[in-house]
Write a protein that binds this ligand. Sequence first.
Ligand SMILES: [Zn+2]
Length: 375
Amino acid sequence: MTALTIEAIRRLPKADLHVHLDGSLRLQTILDLAKQEDIELPAATPEALSVAINAGRNTGSLVEYLKAFDVTLRVLQTAAGLRRAAYELGIDAADEGVRYMEVRYSPMLHTRQGLALTTVVEAVLEGLRTAQDERGIHANVIICGIRNISPERSLEMAELAVAYKNRGVVGFDLAGAEYDHPAKHHRDAFQLIRNNNINSTIHAGEAYGPDSIRQAIHTCGAHRIGHGCRLREDGDLLHYVIDHRIPLECCPSSNVQTGAVRDISNHPLKFYYDLGVRVTVNTDNRLITDTTVSKELYLVHTRLGVAWPAIKQIILNGFKSAFLPFHERRAMLRAYAAELEQFERDFRPTLEAPLHLESQTRDTISASTLPDSLS
Ligand SMILES: [Zn+2]
């Protein structure tokens, strides 16, 4: 028996670098906010609402998966609602041992009732700061442009990120429908971000092929890649990502639900890790994907057959890839590495026990998915 139970993982220090505010609310909070604001929802109980938004279910495509956000966004149009959602996300993450989190969202999606963009940003930062004061979880924000809205609005979001640099906003992202909406259309936003020495990440290789990842890195200058499931289709680019230590923000369960990978045993995470990619494990959407970082790491351990030493490294990769100044990152890394090593000393005999894969063997993950140039 391995000592790496989900309960043990919950106690370990972890980072969540890819988590959407509007996909990570509590069900009851959606119901409460809708009642307060007299907003119509597709269901009246937490159970029925969970079904209505397809929480934790396979939807077959990214576009279908994103439909749940039509519901969550309805209740995120007031400063109080945003503050509460951000605060509760901080508490829920702290409850499962997340010590550092970068919460992303697009402020322009929260102005339907006339909120100023600055009010939106400040409400979210306040909610996160309250959670930080109460529970010690360190949380920052990544502002998103949306592929399928417009390059002009992305530029406006980039300007907002510049305005809040060093005030809780640590990065810029491009989210939304990937197919037919190339990142290069949003290059002005990324140029502004780069000129202001701000970090960026881009959702890429989730609902489109390696060209999308290439554009994210080479046209837009992304420092991290969200998902990158289809990076395995281009061996040359894969080596570039390895050589330049570009972190991948992997979100395994979400990738199954959007159809980016066929099933969890087919997820390329272990293949990437074994080749030397800086892989991190994240939630994407705690509500819509019905997950936690602990759950994702447990799946990676039990379904992909990733053993403890690699799980430990993947956890450290999360802290190492944070959009924080180098010295802060190094201090965080030292502290949490010491905690992970203590866990390792306490449980060494059982951590070294052979791992029993719950489903398919690791052969199905590697050989069949090797790009031609690497096989
Ligand atoms: Zn995402």
